[in-house]
Design a binder for this molecule. Structure first.
Ligand SMILES: [Zn+2]
Length: 422
């Protein structure tokens, strides 16, 4: 979205940010976050070197529990899904903000996760995504503890599981749908780009589509319908779909596999379909446009050969991913507070965008949410050549700290910007 067309930060949000920024203890905290850059980086390296492959984050999770406890929190738990939840209570009766980062990486078990430093740049799979976010959480906590910051609301640190790929946001889904925890606002620290603020969630739905038919010899059984021919009809139909233009809505058939040999009528093949949208309704609409085409293509192939009964190509849909999405008003507290915090920290808002992260579930549930960057620079994410450059990384810690503090309110200084939900 064009930043120039964004409505200005609301007056009461800016006023709260100004009051906090003028507070000497808050200023000391901001300085400490800069002073302690090396501590944050040391945490980040240590976390990176504990592998957290998809669906097996438990070793990293246990280590994170210990770290939260060592920083003085007593309410530290791991939920049945594997999320680590560490609560820093407020003075009472305030809203609850979740500050989250994800534990999982995309790398399989056994990947070499040793961090190597070359000319001040740190190289290791997962060093940035999202060990940086986890280290920022710890540093925000460390600073609040050291300066005995009393927030009005509760700050709940959550290290989620299953953010990447086939994890399908299982950690945040559990948090919002099953944990029973009351959550009034949600900020995920993911990636490093502090100039980027996410205001909406790209939803996605994914299917693996299986086509099964009688198969047979290409000469002797000629006349049988083919799984590959049926799928090709489907692919051609889907290829012509025109999705809604606003918000951005996209689709692709990302993979196809199947067939046996060149001289066999294919008895089996499958394809993977990815559909995405910035709007929840538009995603439903896209799905309603595409799914009937799968049946239609299959029917055409069967009719072409007059196939009946067991001789027909059958189709089966296997859901392999659902990330609900949604939009939210630019005036919601979490977005407003993050923008005001950027101003305080001297960070220019360069991109105001939507994506698919842990915040999807929050936004879909109507909880004000965003994703912010953890600071520094990164490259080659989701690749074993991933690197992290810590230059000015402290800005990410300051942004997370100040956003959280203004949302939760500081005792005797400001009221929480976050509104308690029913
Ligand atoms: Zn990530």
């Amino acid at each position: 979205m064009d930043i120039k067309s964004l409505p200005p930060i609301q007056a009461h949000v800016q006023a709260a940010a100004d009051v906090l920024n003028a507070n000497p203890i808050v200023q000391e905290c901001l300085q400490a976050l800069k002073r302690d850059e090396k501590v944050t980086l040391a945490d980040q390296i240590a976390i990176t070197e504990i592998e957290a492959p998809p669906f097996h984050e438990e070793v990293r999770g246990k280590d994170l529990m210990r770290r939260f406890q060592e920083l003085g929190l007593t309410d530290v738990t791991m939920d049945p899904e594997g999320n680590v939840i560490a609560v820093r209570p407020g003075v009472g009766n305030g809203p609850r903000l979740v500050l989250a980062a994800h534990q999982d990486t995309v790398f399989p078990a056994g990947t070499d996760v040793k961090v190597r430093e070359i000319d001040g740049v740190y190289h290791a799979p997962g060093i940035s995504d999202d060990a940086r976010g986890l280290a920022v959480l710890l540093q925000v906590l460390r600073t609040m503890q050291e300066y005995k910051i009393e927030t009005v609301g509760d700050l709940c640190f959550v290290a989620t599981v299953g953010e990447e790929g086939n994890g399908d946001l299982r950690g945040s889904k559990y948090l919002f749908h099953k944990s029973g925890m009351k959550i009034d606002g949600f900020i995920s620290v993911d990636g490093v780009n502090i100039g980027r603020l996410l205001f909406a969630a790209t939803g996605s739905k994914r299917y693996r589509v299986h086509f099964d038919g009688p198969g047979g010899h290409s000469w002797k059984a000629y006349g049988n319908p083919s799984a590959i021919h049926a799928m090709s009809r489907v692919v051609a139909k889907i290829g012509d779909v025109v999705p809604p233009a606003e918000p951005r809505t996209t689709f692709t058939i990302g993979t196809v596999v199947g067939g046996t040999t060149v001289n066999s009528i294919a008895s089996h093949c499958e394809m993977e379909l990815d559909m995405r949208s910035g709007g929840a309704k538009e995603l439903e609409l896209l799905e309603a446009m595409i799914l009937p085409l799968i049946e239609a293509g299959c029917k055409e192939e069967n009719e072409r050969w007059g196939a009946t009964g067991d001789n027909m190509v059958q189709v089966r849909l296997e859901p392999i991913g659902h990330r609900p999405g949604g939009q939210q008003d630019h005036g919601v507290s979490v977005l407003q507070a993050a923008r005001a915090a950027m101003g305080v920290c001297g960070i220019e808002l360069k991109s105001y965008d939507m994506a698919s992260t842990d915040h999807n579930i929050a936004i879909n549930c109507g909880v004000p949410a965003t994703t912010i960057g953890g600071g520094g620079a990164e490259g080659n994410n989701h690749n074993v050549k991933e690197w992290y450059d810590p230059k000015d990384g402290y800005l990410g810690c300051q942004l997370a700290f100040f956003s959280a503090l203004s949302l939760l309110g500081m005792k005797d200084v400001t009221e929480p910007l976050l509104v308690k939900r029913d």
